[in-house]
Design a protein around this ligand. Structure first.
Ligand code: NI
Length: 183
């Protein structure tokens, strides 16, 4: 793979790359580090809290996220983590454990401008991934971080929020989605 990270740009729906399952990352090369750095840049430029590689036009199982604490941060009492201390890079993420999907919460997506709607997901998840040093790590996430990790991991399987919207949100966004599709 030869990629010029500087050339990476935010990809918008309905670009077909957003629908393709992404490939696992092998060795963490300098190129992968540059790609991750550029992804963080794109996420920040777009004022987002997460970005997956397909959204930068790359079919790789990498995402970045930077989830701010709430205005009055209350450390969760169950030992979970609800925000990040700055941007993190997650490579080849897996979810060995998650609760029942029963909590609706409004989500948007940088690749779907103007579209927002309720998605039902588990409130707490455990995620394992590899960092940029090639070291495995685990996050037991709740709150906005749990949302963000699951949303970004969905991108790696070609899944978008519009696929998971509640029926009400689907109806609410129908016209906007059609406009995006039409370019
Ligand atoms: Ni998204």
């Amino acid at each position: 793979m030869t990629v010029d990270p500087e050339q990476l740009r935010l990809v918008l729906y309905p670009d077909p790359i957003l629908r393709e399952p992404a490939q696992p990352v092998g060795e963490i090369t300098p190129e992968i580090r540059q790609i991750a750095a550029r992804m963080i840049e794109i996420m920040r430029e777009a004022d987002g809290i997460g970005l997956a590689a397909p959204q930068a036009g790359l079919g790789l199982r990498i995402f970045v996220c930077d989830v701010p604490p709430p205005p009055e941060p209350l450390e969760p009492e169950d030992g979970t983590q609800a925000w990040t201390d700055g941007p993190i890079v997650c490579i080849n993420p897996e979810f060995p454990e998650s609760g029942d999907a029963r909590t609706p919460f409004e989500e948007g997506c940088l690749s779907l401008p103007g579209i927002r709607g309720d998605v039902v997901r588990p409130e707490i998840v455990r995620m394992r991934a590899t960092d940029l040093e090639g070291k495995p790590f685990e996050i037991h996430a709740s709150g906005l971080l749990a949302r963000c990790l699951q949303h970004e991991a969905d991108h790696l399987d070609g899944v978008l929020i519009v696929d998971k919207f509640t029926q009400m949100s689907r109806m609410k966004n129908r016209t906007r989605l059609r406009k995006l599709k039409g370019g």
